[in-house]
Every structure is written in structure tokens, then in C-alpha cells.
Design a protein. Structure first.
Length: 40
């Protein structure tokens, strides 16, 4: 059970990093604060 939970958390973290990378690729570089505010 704990192992499955850890795997789920790791998968969600990987997805979050992927979406963050996509956001940085799509959104202009001069607006990093807007990205951080959106994630926060």
C-alpha cells in the first residue's frame, strides 16, 4: 500500500514537472512570475 502511494506521488510529481516544462516552453520567457503564481 505504501509502495503504491509512493509510486502515485512520484508519478504526479513527474507530471507536474512535465507540465511546468511545457508551460515554460509555451509562455514567453519574460513572464516567469506569472507561471510561478499560477502554480502556487
Amino acid at each position: 500500500m505504501t509502495r503504491n502511494l509512493n509510486n502515485a506521488v512520484a508519478a504526479l510529481a513527474a507530471l507536474a514537472l512535465t507540465f511546468t516544462a511545457m508551460a515554460y516552453a509555451i509562455v514567453p520567457a519574460e513572464h516567469p512570475a506569472a507561471i510561478i503564481a499560477t502554480l502556487a
